[in-house]
Design a binder for this molecule. Sequence first.
Ligand code: PNW
Length: 449
Amino acid sequence: MKAYPFADDFLWGAATASYQVEGYPLADGAGPSNWHVFSHKPGTVENDHTGDIGVGQYKLYRDDVQLMKKLGIQAYRFSISWSRIFPEGTGRVNEKGLQYYQNLIDELLANGIQPWATMFHWDLPQALEDKGGWRSKDTARAFGDYVAYVSSKISDRVKNYFTVNEIYCFTRTGYKDGIFAPGLKLDPKTVAQTVHNGCLAHGLAVQAIRANAVQPVNIGLAENMPPTVPVYETEENIAAARTAFRHYSADKLLPMMEGAYADFWLEEMGDNAPEFNDEEMKIISSPIDFVGINVYAPVYIIADADAPHGFREVPLPQGYPRMNMPWLYVGPNITYWAPRFLKEIWDVKGVYVTENGCAAQDKMELDGEVYDTDRVMYLRNHFIAAQRAVSEGIPLKGYFVWSLLDNFEWASGYNKRFGMVYVNYQTLERTPKLSAKFYSEVIKNNAVV
Ligand code: PNW
């Protein structure tokens, strides 16, 4: 018998996002996105890197599909750039922008790879950023309209959708920390409003896809809730980590799943709570088919009867191991606990890991190979945790590794490599790393090897 087997219908995929891989962001009539404008401001991105070339997938998508086919990858999670299709965010359609995604989708299908489309992975049309971006509920409404249009055009061939990717990152990181586009540092109430508007955009998109799809579709989002983990697995710590999981999801998953903000959260927020109404809460909690989780680093929880809600976060010591990113602490058990808590707290029926992976200091050796044994170690431990979940009947149905390719890592530019495939940024040549070969074997065996 194989160690760590998966069910026959477990889906093995890889993920990327438009601004990180496509390049040529203004090609064929596209409008500028906020990330295009932001990255072109000196000092915002390390080395003043931009997504102007990305890894050139806009031109090389056929090669990348062949690469995936060769590796045995079954599904590709890519994102659609809103401003390629609506250059001003609303109104006028740019047919050529849509055509690019039609071509990509057709190429994937022709090669037996399922397209999984993310409708928003942070590249907001700059025209909407100029009108307030995620501070404005109009942006959420415009998102609903864009998604309605696109899903009416692609749902004959695309069955699986993610509304938005990581609300935390395009709201707090952009409007509170100022390190991602649009680079602002605003007051807590405004920031809370951006998060609420992000949730509203998600809900409007769920409804738009359902209303426009021409066949039954599968809809979820890709969320990066803080993945709480019992620091060790006693009943008390497990219960505490479960409570913490719900608490830390108070402004995103919780209202999506429960249809209302929790009292404890509204009390905590006080005057800083966002403006919302009952109708919006209904939209936000529109039923979804699955929850996608982007899991990278653990949040350790220990039970504490004296703490306000019975749990406490355990701080990480200085020397705690991490991958090649300041925040990327190693904790593979999150890939077990997050799906388990989603099932236990909200009876979620389908969970996908929509991102997991790591940056490493990859180097091509003289023999032309990249021996990223650290990434193999990282992924292998996460796969084992995923297998633990499926072996217990937790409805984890698939796994998208972040990322297929090295790419534009936002404020870190091209300095951080997350790919299973190495990209030479001078020639754009792609070389599968050891981790890609490992992943290929996992898929072939449908088991952790
Ligand atoms: C995700 N954190 O971002 C994104 O969805 C990807 O586009 C990105 O390339 C990838 O993870 C790697 O960073 C994150 O601070 C950004 O914990 C920041 C954090 C987590 C994920």
